[in-house]
Design a protein around this ligand. Structure first.
Ligand SMILES: *Cc1c(COP(=O)(O)O)cnc(C)c1O
Ligand code: SF4
Length: 350
């Protein structure tokens, strides 16, 4: 097996021991529909002896992806509804997404942008499109934060990233640059001095949101890569998706959040899975999600608490969907539920 380049085809998956030879036809069908890539770091992290390995489940294509359900959407979070120019999504007044590239080093089987990313996806912005996207940011003085996502922006070369950052440097009203990426986990070797210098070249406060869903993803190599970023002055937050068969377990979720905090990454968002096509085998109910999120409160440090989020289909933005712990009883009185599930009157009854 060649460990130096990503695994992309059904044949390569079989050769790598990740797919049974009898499944070649079905997996080829999945791969022709949705992009496949498993980086060497991820391939070596997969436990081939575990039929339910949570890393394999995230990255190895599965025939279940051919099942579509009526509620699923090609554009589940409505990016298209808020895209004034190619590469920009402007849904909230003070921040925009800048999607310079629609390629990733790995393709997550539950990806909410699976219809847009990959070799058959939207590709890279042309030079003219990138000019227009940057011009849009420069013309809108209400844009305080630019969020580079995609795709995975860290697949760009340090030179290309540095060029984009140099152009953001010229825009005074932009104060924050944020990157959403999986690279420190899936290609930790990319996080070198050149890439870090490029990320910081805007001179703005620089945030990196790391996407990881299982504690085993925070390997020693990943922790070294993120430490390099943080030591260089980049602030890191986490972003995870709650996924059936990956992290829908109180102990796994607690370990994941602790792994982030041990790595100096502040848990930020835990997303309820989006209604992306062919992903119903990953979805749990909102009630199950609420119970899992509530299980963290009190059991693990307050530093380890992410915010549970749903991206409302149709482009209406994100909503916090944790179960409420407070119920109004009228007359200024409330019942507040503690982490053991016990209710208390507030203010306390005399
Ligand atoms: C998720 C998202 C953001 C970022 O939201 P935060 O709550 O600031 O993390 C910004 N713009 C769009 C279009 C988004 O989908
Ligand atoms: S890294 Fe992000 S954009 Fe790329 S496949 Fe995974 S979820 Fe989708």
């Amino acid at each position: 097996m060649n460990e130096q380049r990503p695994i992309r085809t059904a044949r390569e998956l079989i050769d790598a021991g990740l797919v049974a030879p009898g499944d070649e036809a079905a997996i080829s069908r999945v791969a022709s529909r949705y992009a496949v890539a498993i980086s060497p770091a991820i391939a070596s992290l997969i436990d081939r002896k575990d039929a339910n390995d949570p890393i394999a489940r995230q990255f190895v294509p599965n025939a279940a992806e051919l099942t579509l359900t009526p509620e699923e959407r090609a554009d589940p979070i409505g990016d298209g509804a808020h895209s004034p120019v190619p590469g920009i999504v402007h849904r909230y007044p003070d921040r925009v997404l800048l999607k310079a590239v629609h390629v990733c080093p790995v393709y997550c089987r539950f990806c909410f942008r699976r219809e847009m990313v990959g070799p058959q996806g939207l590709g890279m912005l042309t030079a003219e499109e990138l000019d227009a996207a940057i011009a849009y940011i420069a013309e809108h003085s209400e844009i305080w934060e630019v969020i580079l996502t995609g795709g995975d922006p860290l697949v760009l070369s340090p030179r290309r990233l540095g060029e984009i950052m140099a152009r953001l440097h010229e825009i005074d009203h932009v104060k924050i640059v944020r990157f959403h990426t999986r690279v420190p986990v899936v290609e930790p070797e990319r996080i070198d001095a050149d890439l870090i210098a490029a990320l910081k070249a805007s001179g703005k406060a620089t945030y990196v949101a790391l996407h990881a869903n299982h504690p085993r993803e925070l390997t020693p190599e990943a922790r070294t890569a993120t430490a390099r970023l943080i030591d260089a002055g980049v602030v890191m937050v986490s972003q995870s998706v709650l996924l059936k068969g990956v992290n829908d377990d109180p102990a796994v979720l607690a370990d994941l959040m602790r792994a982030f905090v041990e790595t100096r990454i502040k848990p930020y968002y835990l997303h309820h899975p989006d209604l992306a096509p062919g992903t119903s085998h990953f979805r749990l109910s909102i009630e199950e999600g609420q119970a899992l999120v509530a299980s963290l409160r009190g059991r693990v440090s307050g530093l380890c608490q992410p915010t549970y989020i749903l991206d409302i289909p149709g482009g209406h933005g994100k909503a916090v969907i944790s179960a409420s712990t407070i119920a109004a009883e009228g007359g200024g009185c409330y019942t507040v539920t503690d982490f053991r599930g016990q209710g208390h009157a507030y203010p306390p009854k005399a």
